[in-house]
Design a protein around this ligand. Sequence first.
Ligand SMILES: *Cc1c(COP(=O)(O)O)cnc(C)c1O
Length: 429
Amino acid sequence: MQRTLSDRDQAVIWHPYTQMQTAPAPIGIVRGEGARLYDEQGACYIDATSSWWVNIHGHAHPHITTRLAAQAAQLQHCIFAGYTHEPAVALAEQLLPLLPGEQRKVFYSDNGSTAVEVALKMAIQYHANGRDDVAPPRRRLLAFRNAYHGDTFGAMSVSERSVFTKAFDSYLFDVSFLDLPTMENIGRLCDEVDQLAGDTAAFIFEPLLQGAAGMLVYQAAALDLLLKHCRGKGILLIADEIFTGFGRTGKDFAMQHLQTAPDVICLSKGLTGGAIALGVTTCAQHIYDAFLSENKLKTLFHGHSFTANPLACTAALASLELFREPACRQQRQRVSEAHAQFAGWLNNCPSVKNVRQLGTLLAFDVITAGPDTYTNELAAAIHRFFRARKVMLRPLGNTIYILPPYCITNEELEVVYDSVRDFLRETGN
Ligand SMILES: *Cc1c(COP(=O)(O)O)cnc(C)c1O
């Protein structure tokens, strides 16, 4: 008898963020199309979280597939120091003008965490390069409480200390954390920045929306004031748009809700439409210029074997072509309007609180006796319920969020909303 994917998996695979002793057997996925994924028994699942927030145009999109196949026949990979290629150059040419502020250079890497590592290194070395060794360089980094910037050590360091980092906390470098800004606390936050400003290199933040923290939405106007203040103190601004980029928050990039422009931007997730891993760190001209020198020590010594992989860059180019189509904006608008309507229903539901919507994201917290954190026991039950309903929703603790690919149909969205309604009813809520 043929063993299932799921059985074979359990013999040899260790999954991410998964307690392997207690986790249910994984579902073997064999095919994707649009917002749907099919398992090895032929059952169809609606991907209501965009396969970990990366998919924007749907699975196996024919345009991305065709472009990838052509590129695979032409050039799959080549070293990116001393050599270059069309997909990397074309992607940089097309991406930079779309970005908020005046981003002038693209530095490629492999994923979100590496894009963050590159941004931190750029910011730290920017200050070091600009000074002679006499003056102490700005060493400190600022981040928000509850931040999430990735799982490598630098990215973990600028993230909130949490269940994700606990085993490693003593290995992480010190970072100063600020509360999320509101119009009420902005004065205090600016005072805190003043205290730290003298030796602070950069401030890294997820604009408007902290994803992994539990889809926390905060005010653009207050963030804008805080960023202006930081800039006035010579602190570099690193916008981590790995999650918020490419239309998630309603605008193309979350920073476009603000007036202040970032010095550095990190992108990944939706960058290739969710087809292949790719990370990008972009910067303003003055950042790049600070590394130009006869002195080799002022070089940015960072790179990865697969930096600017031509296949990944091609997927990103194809995804950008789809993203720029008016149809994509219409899809985002349609999802966002459907969410707004369902948010109205949720707001009248007594077992639900903190309903929040931003663009194609809709999130809310289920009221439970447990804590409002990632470790809330309800998470496993939520996950099981939706798996059985063939809706891929993976909660963050007691936070349920719906974040579909933009191409999801109205009918598919209704199936997702109905499953949420049933969950809230059937669990006695
Ligand atoms: C997912 C995410 C990252 C890390 O990206 P990976 O590709 O998973 O390493 C960093 N920052 C934010 C805001 C993210 O949502």
